[in-house]
Design a protein around this ligand. Sequence first.
Ligand code: C2E
Ligand code: MG
Ligand code: MG
Length: 589
Amino acid sequence: MELNTADKPRILVIDDDEQVRRVLLDLLQDLYNCREVSSAEAGLTVLAQESFDLVISDINMGGMSGLELVPHVHSLSPDSVVLMISGQSNIETAIEAMHAGVFDYIMKPFDIRHVEAAVERALKQSRLLVEKRRYKDELENLLQERTVQIDRLAHYDTLTSLPNRTLFEDRLTQAVALAQRANSRVAVLFIALDQLKKVNDTLGHLAGDQLMQQVAARLRGCVTESYTVARFGGDQFVLMLPGIERTKDAVDVIASIQEALNPSFKLDRQELFATASVGVSFFPDDGEETSSLVKNAGAALYRAKKSGGNEYRFYTADMHTKASKRFELETSLRRAIDNQEFLLHYQPRVAIDSLQIVGLEALVRWQHPQMGLVPPGDFIPLAEETGLILPIGEWVLREACRQNREWQDKGFARMRIGVNISARQFQQQHLSETVIRILEEAELGSEFLELELTESSIMSHPEATIDVLTKLQTKGVAISVDDFGTGFSSLSYLKRLPIDSLKVDQSFVRELATDPDDAALVMAIVSLGHTLRLRVVAEGVETQEQLRFLRLLRCDEIQGYLISRPLPVTGIEQLLALPMPLSPEAVHV
Ligand code: C2E
Ligand code: MG
Ligand code: MG
């Protein structure tokens, strides 16, 4: 195939001997695109304007020698290959030339085949050089692109394209250094979206991601360039406001954030509203270091969230002690599980007329090595928040069943044991299977177990609850609704729930004898319970008068200090050994 002139390899022949140039051109110009010049200087002029794949040059010419020419060729045209023409007599010079970077040499007088072969080899080398350079360039470009990508990944959040924690902290460190010199303040706003968890749980993570992207865009839209908005992951954003003069300026920014979040968010299949809680810390007031400023804004955020969301809080020093106390408690709670620091107390539940014990409620206590006996109100909420309620709750269930079986084996009257189950336990996939397995392990009949669920935990997931409770009830486990009257039950659900009893919350029993409203409420609960064929139990009965009222109102069972406080195992054994029925005066401990 005939090559186009433009496609042919380009060769520059440099020799002061016209004869030599002629011979070479005759030999090469059919195949290659050739040019000739008669001196090294002329060669350099041409090379400065055009590029050649191959330069064939004589060594000794008047003026610049071929040897001196080589480095110039390479610097002007790095991919060019140089062939040297050398006479037999100066072969040493030719070798020296090769050291200087010449690719090969051809000897005079020319042997045609030798010349052709040398030219071909040299051109091949030139192609290799070109390829190598291209490859190297590509590799360098790729590397540069990747470096940019990695840099992005390391400094930006992939979901929202906002700066991430690392970049934010870098910028905050710079801003703090500047503020230190300028004697100015920097505000750090820690922002959390109140609804993300709910959106993720109900609409799925894709919807949650969409919401976060839209929130990010609105946050970015409501602050100026000099303020950095970053995402810290999860539902959290941070905002840095350098050069803030007055606290009120931070409040204004918060107001504009809240306003920006006001309009509804349109997700694929849903339109919804979102709000944010904000915690604020200031340099230098609340910390000198990046980490403490962020931590303290976080502590303030926690308080803002605690007060119900859509609120902001400024950091105050005592937050920290609260936060660290909480952290300490959490750590020791985790340790308590391994160290088996929990124990159960039991409180009897008696029939209202006969005062015969009909059941016992297991109530957990924590035997803390330093703090002593900790009541459940001081650690169950934290255990629920952290998920530690799952192992604790399972232990309570297992221990209560084991103990009940032991009492039966010892010949005490057989009775039901009530175990409190928290909402979090209830959202577990296999709660019914776990309960049934524990009953089997303890070799306890299912009719001797009752689960107590608070009204609010049932009502937070009513449909799922009905399924699990039905499964348990068919197995023979009794169910009661605890703290009834505080959780806004829907009557239609209540009717469908497979429950056995309602436990009227202590708050209604407390004022029963003195507050006519409470008496009316308890009466309503009793008649509601009886209509649904449920037993009604009054909790927290402390006085004879309350007992009298509850009898009047046809309550079925009572529990309370009037009969007995929650007691450890030995106390319960003494109580069970007393002749039945109990008289309140006889057993009041
Ligand atoms: P609860 O299930 O409603 O238990 C009744 C609470 O009222 C118990 O408090 C009991 O000691 C107390 N009480 C009983 N009679 C009287 C009385 O006459 N007067 C007054 N003022 N109080 C009385 P405790 O043991 O401190 O437990 C508090 C709550 O902690 C329980 O309320 C229950 O919701 C929760 N809890 C206890 N043990 C567990 C457990 O093992 N798991 C879960 N998830 N929660 C538990
Ligand atoms: Mg209870
Ligand atoms: Mg209760």
